[in-house]
Ligand binder design. Structure first.
Ligand code: BG6
Length: 481
């Protein structure tokens, strides 16, 4: 906890949202339970459910017990946690409630103590962000020039805009009220232990990095597959689609972590500089080449989901081929497959190496080579595996591919922090390393916009539930670099 402020208030806009009840309250409770929070902290939920403080506490208690009972190991302790919760009833797009919020912050801290340190969390649809930020400023709670001393930070959930232009507008608006060092654009993937391990694996070992380039690597495959569909989020998916929901953020952040150069130091900006450079090197898609580098799909039955139009052409699957035009990666395809209702839930990155120049030991008697691979398992398995050829026992000199595997859960007894634990603490501590900087965010949108524009008017190919996407998905592997 060194350097952690000893007093702060978390303000959650959208306190009744799915994210707040499923992820934020259980995570904050556990941080409290494990002693990661200081003595003096409180949480104010803002929403329009009309709760009193007492009813809000009961609501949070009941919801968490219903949705994540495993996060509570001691009901009495959890009740003590709930005593730190307060509620402000407000229409988020109207200024009146923000004056009440200001008053509540002062009241809960004791009027003479002032506003103190404030961490705002926007757990709201992106369309509300401009109004929230504008109203915070009007109420004197904006990021700078405020009458009330103390730090201000704002965490903004994805989706951060829905294209480059809207993301830019939102960024500009945020920057009218907050400085970049106060803005935390969250992508919870960056809080996952195995995602953080990508950089550690690459830069703390001497044996992989020298091979980590176009000379030795033939291709990279990133898979983000989910067995389940849109889980009742029809209205959201109709606006977002998979490219915006998964590729723009989680997918491109994984790619950046695999492809980035070593940072000059382990500081948030040094790391984010390198990620930003990779994203800038990704070739934009265009109409001429899109057919061979992007395939969109939609699972059978998507149009019957609640909130989905019967003639919807929104994609729930994408198979993409990215080229990273820089010295390290020129000519190496980065394939990305992401989708809903696929064969199984798995996120992994497979780095495939080139075969040796001569293959004496044909595999199972053929001249074929099964190339070496490094497989970074992100979830559900948190693993690193290396595939290599080995001599099959017996008379013949033939090889079989085998694996060497490290598994987080087998090797370490301690449980890692979940993404929301970690990222909430990082924000409180002022560590932006695992939050998206403006330049990276906007570049990711340029990339996704280029995919969407180059496929405009294309109808996604349908695929059966629990398959691996439409048959056409394979065509991106056939195009030469
Ligand atoms: C979210 C997407 O950002 O990430 C969801 O909106 C997706 O569609 C989810 O299911 C996946 O995250 P995780 O950590 O649950 O695998």
């Amino acid at each position: 906890m060194s350097g952690r402020p000893d007093n702060f208030t978390i303000v959650i806009f959208g306190a009744g949202s799915d994210l707040a009840t499923r992820k934020l309250f259980p995570s904050i409770y556990q941080l409290f339970r494990w002693g990661h929070l200081p003595e003096e902290w409180r949480l104010i939920g803002v929403g329009r459910a009309g709760h009193t403080h007492e009813r809000f506490r009961r609501y949070v208690f009941d919801r968490v017990m219903e949705l994540s009972p495993d996060s509570v190991d001691d009901r009495q302790h959890f009740e003590r946690f709930c005593e730190r919760l307060f509620y402000v009833n407000a229409e988020l797009d109207r200024p009146e409630g923000y004056t009440v919020l200001h008053g509540e912050i002062m009241r809960t801290r004791g009027a003479e103590a002032g506003c103190g340190n404030l961490l705002f969390y926007l757990s709201t649809p992106p369309s509300l962000a401009p109004a929230i930020v504008g109203n915070l400023v009007l109420a004197g709670l904006g990021g700078r020039g405020q009458a009330c001393p103390g730090w201000r930070k704002i965490i903004v959930e994805k989706p951060f805009g829905h294209d480059l232009q809207s993301a830019r507008e939102l960024n500009s608006l945020l920057e009218e009220a907050f400085d970049e060092h106060q803005i935390y654009r969250i992508d919870h993937y960056l809080g996952k232990e195995p995602v953080q391990n990508i950089m550690v694996f690459r830069f703390s070992n001497g044996m992989f990095e020298p091979l980590w380039n176009r000379q030795y690597i033939a291709q990279v495959q990133i898979t983000i597959a989910e067995e389940f569909g849109i889980r009742g989020r029809g209205a959201y998916y109709e606006e977002a689609g998979l490219l915006r929901d998964i590729v723009q953020n989680h997918g491109l952040q994984l790619l950046a972590a695999v492809a980035m150069e070593p940072p000059v130091e382990l500081s948030p900006d040094a790391i984010r500089d390198e990620k930003s450079k990779v994203l800038r090197s990704i070739r934009l898609f265009d109409r001429e080449t899109a057919h061979g580098s992007a395939v969109l799909g939609q699972y059978d039955g998507y149009r019957e989901e609640k909130g989905v139009a019967q003639d919807s052409n929104v994609e729930t699957f994408a198979s993409l081929r990215f080229m990273v035009d820089n010295w390290r990666w020129s000519g190496v395809p980065f394939f990305m497959k992401a989708g809903k209702s696929l064969g199984r839930t798995v996120t992994e990155i497979v780095i495939t190496f080139r075969c040796p120049p001569q293959n004496f030991y044909g595999e199972r008697g053929t001249a074929a080579c099964t190339p070496n691979q490094v497989i970074l398992g992100i979830q559900p398995e948190e693993t690193v595996a290396i595939r290599f050829g080995t001599k099959r026992p017996g008379e013949e000199m033939v090889t079989d591919p085998v694996f060497m595997k490290f598994d987080y859960h087998e090797s370490f007894a301690e449980e890692g922090l979940t993404p929301y634990h970690r990222l909430l603490l990082d924000a409180v501590d002022g560590n932006q390393m695992n939050f998206i900087r403006r330049d990276s965010l906007e570049r990711s949108w340029s990339i996704v916009d280029s995919i969407r524009e180059s496929l405009a008017g294309t109808i996604p190919d349908s695929y059966p539930v629990h398959s691996w996407g439409p048959d056409s998905a394979g065509r991106i592997y056939e195009t030469p670099g």
